[in-house]
Design a protein around this ligand. Structure first.
Ligand SMILES: [Zn+2]
Length: 270
């Protein structure tokens, strides 16, 4: 992974959605609050809680190339779209894609779009590569390709020096726990003592790394996270990522983490 771009000034305020107290009292008096568990004091207001989903890279600068020669961007857009659909189905109806029109965007343009829309969370979806010296050659469908079957699994990156450090870490921890509960295993290769890696591993059990220098995480005006969903240079993991059932477990973990963040935001704004 390599995702850099210039600094950008911070936005002043970040908001979290909440249920209107008067509405809740009115519903409670009429007895409807018990019928709808989402309408309780401090409950997560899913319809108002806005998640910005970013599909990393773009149509012309596609990021990493998979073991079978496909651009990372294709994996990112597919998973981001599926995550958006799952969020809408779960009631997070105002969640949106940063780049629905498939345009090339700079890193800070992505967080600018997120902030302009008043997003409560910014989540950038990526698929992982490996340093060149790990790569080996093979032939797939008549084409010479590069691969590495040595590392596989997800990884999560957060900024720990921004004003949203604590909440960003909470988001990453919720996601990692949900992924682990679904049987997913993190890759720890980003912490290796080699050029291009040496990321600070915040939690090896959870696959959680610190990456304060990443422009997107530095300029996000909400809790933010970069999610590497899997290593597409790994031949088996690339094939796994093509299975809808596998992607559904990743998406389900994302929705679980977002539900937890929404609930926490509601509790802290009571
Ligand atoms: Zn990427």
């Amino acid at each position: 992974m390599n995702h850099e771009s210039p600094r950008q000034p911070p936005r002043l305020a970040h908001h979290a959605g909440r249920v209107c107290a008067l509405l809740w009292v009115g519903l409670w008096l009429s007895g409807d609050a018990q019928a709808d568990p989402s309408l309780t004091a401090g409950a997560c207001d899913r319809g108002a809680y806005k998640v910005a989903l970013d599909a990393g890279h773009g149509p012309t600068r596609g990021g990493a190339t998979s073991a079978r020669g496909r651009p990372e961007y294709a994996f990112n857009t597919r998973l981001a779209q599926e995550a958006l659909e799952a969020l809408h189905q779960a009631g997070f109806s105002s969640s949106f894609l940063i780049n629905p029109d498939d345009k090339e965007l700079g890193l800070t343009e992505r967080t600018t779009r997120s902030a302009a829309a008043g997003a409560d969370l910014f989540i950038s979806i990526h698929h992982d590569s490996l340093q060149e010296h790990f790569l080996e050659s093979w032939t797939h469908e008549g084409h010479a390709r590069l691969y590495c079957d040595r590392y596989s699994g997800y990884s999560l990156f957060v900024n720990q020096s921004s004003r949203y450090a604590k909440a960003s870490r909470a988001l990453a921890e919720h996601l990692a726990r949900a992924l682990k509960a679904a049987g997913r295993v993190p890759t720890l290769h980003h912490a290796e003592d080699i050029e291009g890696e040496r990321r600070e591993l915040l939690d090896p059990e959870l696959g959680l790394y610190r990456y304060d220098g990443l422009a997107m995480l530095r300029t996000a005006q909400s809790p933010s996270l970069l999610f590497e969903a899997g290593v597409i240079l790994h031949r088996d993991e690339e094939a796994l990522l093509d299975q809808p059932e596998h992607r559904a477990t990743l998406v389900s973990a994302l929705v679980t983490a977002i539900e937890e963040m929404c609930t926490q935001a509601a509790e802290t704004t009571q």
